[in-house]
Design a protein around this ligand. Sequence first.
Ligand SMILES: *Cc1c(COP(=O)(O)O)cnc(C)c1O
Length: 378
Amino acid sequence: MSAVSSTSSRPEPRPGVLAISAYVPGKSHAPGVEKVYKLSSNETPIGPSPKALEAYAGAGARLEDYPDGTASVLRKAIAHAYGLDPARIICGAGSDELLNLVAHVYLGPGDEAIYCEHGFLVYRIATLSAGGTPVVAPEKDLTADVDAILARVTARTKLVFLANPNNPTGTYLPIAEVRRLQAGLPAHVLLVLDAAYAEYVRRNDYEVGLELALSAPNVLMTRTFSKIHGLAGLRIGWAVGPDHVIDAMNRVRGPFNMNTPAIAAGAAAIADQAHVEKAADHNARWLSWLTAELEKIGLKVTPSVANFLLIHFPETPGLTAREADAFLIRRGLILRVVASYGLPNALRMTVGSEEANRLAVAALADFMAGKANEGQGA
Ligand SMILES: *Cc1c(COP(=O)(O)O)cnc(C)c1O
């Protein structure tokens, strides 16, 4: 018998942990279908830069050595690409790690983190796992609402997470609105600007917020190599912000959080801006084509500036999002169910290759024409 008595008969997680619904990634299988088109995780159809693949292969020759814990080569390459001071950059195993790190650094029991109604699910998971309290701000027209966010700030608020553009809606806030948000926040609140899709945006009133992250004492910007750089499998993210924020995050992060092949491939990828442009051009072309074609067949599409589209389905039995998902899977087309984002009657579709995009439109046209039973083998 233990000398210490407790009411628990087994180890109990900290408060908040069991309130987390584990993140469910986009599906990647369609049983019984020969060729599968995965349009569920916003991966790029263009793939990574050939230079990144070459650097990755080269790094594989020295796996017995620990990686450089400061990811110096990668931070320098990022700094060079954006004209930044490498000391203000921190790298992580995907931006997921950095979003979790920032939550662990700034949130404790009773502290609040605000994010938007249809915001990226990682914000809720990171907040709860740090022991903090999630606070959800409603949106307007599936778009972040600065006034609604500001109205929810209290003395306990420590973080505001904003994905700009947001996933899964594809909507964005103009830089003037981001500035108004920052200006309205008390000095003790850190604004985390998650710009995972920034490279895809082609709007004159959009800016990623880099100069806010460089000049304001309470703005951190996070970026990723998972989307336009096509390196999701290597898990590479980075953040830039005030010295004091980067310093605090560096104290908490694992000493070797980045692996050697990721550091090498990321550095090569960020230097290959021609490849980034190629991917952005492909996206711009097919994003507008898909939007127009889907609207022609009677589907409502939220205007997106990212590399995916939010497609809304009718409530009519036989034509719902759930039924569309099952129909598309029978044709090997995997989209993303977004019910867990509060969008039960929509699917999110990543802009794919020309082949995948044309097949998806053809399949959805059949589905909307009521040919729902012909999915099999059609
Ligand atoms: C995909 C995505 C990321 C990137 O996550 P990684 O961990 O870097 O792969 C970050 N934020 C949003 C909103 C995303 O959709």
